[in-house]
Design a protein around this ligand. Sequence first.
Ligand code: CA
Length: 225
Amino acid sequence: MNVLIVEDEISLAKEIASFLKSENFLCDLAFTGNEASEKIAVNLYDFVLLDLGLPDYDGLDLIREACELGSEASFIVITARGAVEDKVKGLDLGADDYLAKPFALVELLSRINAVARRKFNIVSPDIVLGDFIMKAQARKLVCNEKEVDLTKKEYDLLHYLVLNRGKVLTRQQLYEHIWGNILDDQYDSNFIDVHIKNLRRKMNQHAPAPWLETVRGVGYRVSDE
Ligand code: CA
């Protein structure tokens, strides 16, 4: 897989590159936002590791630009510890995951692998949920052959609940699966509630979805009946 590392701390960038090369990734480096912007415009990357703290560029603009170019690259955003706002903005813009500095290289690798699994989709059969069918391969939820218009995060959230069918998942578990590891001071349980609420609203426009249950004081569950 082809990775662009965008990081102005040259020694850190090189350290990440040599680690990822040892794991058989192809690595390209950009030490400035401008360099990154040029490279993203002409190369096809599977992943972009993006440090948001760049001296010459708002890292979030790079994500925007890549989207406008129709880039297929998955972004993993690297932020300074505590930069919650940046993280949320990055995820809203379509970043696939984020890591707070400092992080362990093995953690980075496991994030990349997790995103890759989602991105390159492990084949699984359609799953029937009441009146709905989750088409995991197409990453779609349909009801009476009409697609329910879910965002990527809503779909991922539902998919994770479905994969754990019958089990109650806490808000924190859901959060960490979808948005990655978090620091205690960054965790906001409302995030999940808002997404579940939106999910339900969208599904209810098609049919009732009583199988998506709230477990009071704990979290959420997709019932296995
Ligand atoms: Ca930096």
